[in-house]
Design a protein around this ligand. Structure first.
Ligand code: PLP
Length: 410
């Protein structure tokens, strides 16, 4: 096979990969771009040098930056490559708090742990309330900013965070409205778009944000790359100091492989129309998953029940009478990969703070997420496996609880 031929979809035909929200399979276009780049490896140098090898690498890096910029509708200079969304978030927090030392950071408890922990380390934080769907109200942001500014210091806060899409329940946040509130208060707004990118068009200018973070591996690019997007003209003190890479905004030799892979992945998303079509396709797949899941007794949607108010690719389910871990293992055995907000189901020590914030039991939750590679066959595999797996586990539980049944030791 010609190594430049895009590879077939990454998921194995016997597996259903319904965990795109954790990480997406590498897109064939990204694989092809990475292969092409590896072929050139001996001819590439430091993009900051004037020799041919350096200039060749620089051209490829800037082409990748233009692809990312075109996708987000910004100028290339607004894009700073980072190692991940986590690093982009830390950079945003560091930059904001260095500009306004001692001022608080406002964020909701449904933000990703990278946002929570980067903020808590840097500044006093103020928790923005969310409703049972995990949504922040712009009025609540305005009130919190007013309270934060009551000491007369300016700005009222160093930063407000508002994610575009929640990574566990898919709730869409009213980012554009929150941006208006922040602009009126003269406070920077950072938008974590890691869970949205690749599933919904992300138009930076329309959101009205000052800062936006993206993760490469969530949308079919390689891991180890992300970016921070800055409002035109906004300059923040860099998190990583050293060389003058990324216009002195992020020190360290650029990750050319990562950038080129990310550029190819976002170029493959196509124009806004194509992205909307893909969102519709993902929404349809999730509607089938939802119908199949709700046909099983004791299963409900957690978070935002209205699919139109949710990201197209995500569905979080509450499962009565069974814990997440055995369900995940049973589904995995049946060839279906998915995730749960339960701490047993992940590396986390505590169950999902997102689910705790909306008052639901993370230990009985299941998250399904689709993406660019998901097929109807994969959805059908879930549909076949889910009901019987749940029924088996519930029967087992009932038998173990029944003193006359075949309990342990019998
Ligand atoms: C909403 C959100 N923000 C940030 C991150 C961190 O992304 P990365 O793995 O690129 O650091 C994730 C990944 O789980 C996420 O879902």
């Amino acid at each position: 096979m010609d190594p430049r031929t895009p590879a077939p979809p990454a998921s194995s035909p016997s597996r259903a990969y319904l965990d795109h929200a954790s990480t997406a399979p590498l897109r064939p276009e990204a694989i092809a771009a990475l292969r092409d780049l590896l072929d050139l490896a001996g001819q590439l140098g430091d993009p900051g040098r004037l020799h041919v090898e350096g200039r060749t690498a620089r051209d490829l890096l800037e082409q990748a930056r233009s692809q990312v910029a075109a996708w987000l509708g910004v100028g290339s200079r607004q894009v700073v490559f980072t190692s991940s969304a986590t690093e982009a978030i830390h950079s945003a927090v560091h930059g904001a708090i260095t500009r306004a030392p001692g001022r608080p950071i406002l964020l909701a408890p449904v933000e990703h742990s990278a946002v929570q922990r980067a903020s808590a380390r840097a500044a006093p934080t103020v928790a923005l309330p969310v409703d049972r769907r995990g949504r922040v109200a712009p009025e609540a942001v305005a009130e919190a900013l007013e309270r934060a500014g009551a000491d007369g210091e300016q700005p009222a806060a160093a930063l407000v965070h508002c994610q575009l899409v929640n990574h566990e329940i898919g709730t869409l946040q009213p980012v554009a409205e929150v941006a208006q509130v922040c602009r009126r208060a003269g406070v920077l707004l950072h938008v974590d778009a890691a869970a949205a990118a690749g599933h919904l068009p992300v138009a930076f200018e329309e959101l009205g944000a000052d800062l936006l973070s993206v993760s490469g591996h969530k949308l079919g690019g390689p891991p180890g790359i992300g970016c921070l997007v800055l409002r035109r003209g906004l300059r923040l003190p860099p998190l990583l100091l050293g060389g003058d890479q990324e216009r002195a905004r992020r020190a360290g030799l650029e990750n050319l492989l990562g950038a080129v892979g990310l550029g190819a992945a976002v170029a493959a998303l196509g124009d806004r129309r194509a992205q909307q079509d893909e969102a519709t396709r993902q929404r349809t797949l999730v509607a089938t998953l939802q119908a199949a899941a709700l046909a099983v007794p004791g299963v409900q949607v957690l978070g935002e029940p209205d699919p139109d108010q949710r990201a197209p690719h995500l569905l979080c389910l509450g499962l009565e009478g069974v814990e997440a871990e055995p369900v995940l293992l049973a589904l995995d055995q049946a060839g279906v990969a998915c995730h749960s907000g339960s701490s047993c189901a992940s590396e986390a020590l505590a169950p999902s703070p997102v689910l705790a914030a909306i008052g639901v039991d993370a230990d009985r939750s299941l998250r399904l997420s689709v993406g660019w590679s998901t097929t109807q066959d994969e959805v059908a595999a879930f549909t076949r496996a889910f009901g019987p797996a749940l029924a088996r586990l519930r029967a087992l539980r009932a038998a173990l609880a029944d003193p006359d049944g075949p309990g342990p030791g019998r």
